[in-house]
Design a binder for this molecule. Structure first.
Ligand code: NAI
Length: 295
């Protein structure tokens, strides 16, 4: 029997791409899945029945799932997504915040509306849905939450100021929730995925068909990392990269720097010590729930 048998799992934006793959793989392991998706276009506009189609696919394979078409970007929608899980299955054990949109433009050409539209879905939406599920998980002393980040935020990418800000925001949200949830066995991690989906098909230069992704770049190759981050032995406060069969961890490192006597903490003395201030050769990895190792 799979450890996911009977677990109630919400996956936002699961009407296609990565979310669909997560939903199928949880369902095939006996989880009860809420497939949320607004069903709109890549920029987040419009609506459709994408969630219902994935539910039909899961049920045809003998799995258990319900569809939900609310937007994660509205506070009421977020509550309704979690409410649907509770009404149908009695609780929520696992939440995978996956829903996302894109409004790529160089910052010079990006309107404040483009900026907000992307922050609303990724950053606010993930926060809203997580906020609705959080008290349920704390009360039962068990919960697993995945936030979907991106190398576009972690390392930067031209034309994605809105998306990069939102995706790095996932990391900050994770850090704090990992600390607040650890004593209640609520574990929070970030996924940084890479896969051929309709979202990456919309990036200039992409040549693949998102409905038939190349097998070595399929969303199904990312999902094992999500299952791991939702497992009994999940870590907390980790960022896991997953793409095309490569799995790795990304972490924040900090150095010791220089401590000047406060009377000498001037610009001139900072510049005199700048090599030591910025030297990362002895830097130590930090995790939100662990104290940094002392050398
Ligand atoms: P996708 O476009 O196939 O999936 C995103 C889904 O979110 C869509 O089905 C869409 O309808 C849904 N959605 C959008 N706005 C919504 C809202 N307000 N409420 C509910 N659902 C909404 O794209 P993909 O690639 O599967 O993306 C999934 C996640 O992975 C996104 O968060 C994306 O930013 C992230 N990601 C994907 C990468 C990739 O290589 N495909 C790379 C890095 C991050």
């Amino acid at each position: 029997m799979s450890e996911f048998e009977g677990k109630v799992v919400i996956i936002t934006g699961a009407g296609g791409g990565l979310g669909r793959s997560h939903a199928l793989q949880f369902a095939s392991r006996g989880a009860k899945v809420v497939v949320n998706d607004l069903g709109g276009r890549v920029d987040g506009s419009g609506q459709g029945d994408a969630a219902d189609q994935v539910v039909a696919e899961i049920r045809a394979k003998g799995g258990t799932a319900i569809a939900n078409r609310d937007s994660v970007a509205s506070k009421e929608g977020a509550k309704a997504i979690v409410g649907a899980a509770v009404a149908e299955f009695g609780t929520v054990d696992i939440l995978v915040n996956n829903a996302g949109n894109l409004r790529d433009k160089s910052f010079k050409n990006m309107t404040p509306e483009d900026y907000d539209a992307v922050l609303d879905v990724h950053l606010r939406g993930s926060g809203y849905v997580t906020h609705a599920a959080w008290p349920i998980m704390l009360a039962k002393n068990w919960g697993r939450i995945v936030l979907t980040s991106s190398t576009s935020g972690i390392f930067g990418n031209f034309g994605q100021a809105n998306y990069g800000a939102a995706k790095m925001g996932m990391w900050g949200l994770m850090n704090v929730l990992a600390i607040e949830g650890v004593s209640k066995n609520v574990k929070v991690n970030c996924l940084s995925p890479g896969a051929a989906t309709r979202m990456t098909a919309s990036v200039p230069g992409a040549t693949f068909d998102p409905d038939a992704p190349p097998p070595d770049r399929g969303p199904d190759l990312v999902t094992p990392a999500v299952l791991y981050m939702c497992s009994e032995n999940a870590p907390t406060g980790y960022v896991i990269q997953a793409a095309g069969g490569r799995f790795s961890r990304t972490q924040i490192f900090a150095n010791e720097g220089v401590t000047l006597p406060w009377q000498e903490a001037t610009y001139e003395n900072l510049v005199a010590n700048i090599d030591k201030v910025v030297d990362m050769s002895q830097a130590v990895g930090r995790n939100p729930t662990e104290r940094p190792a002392r050398r």
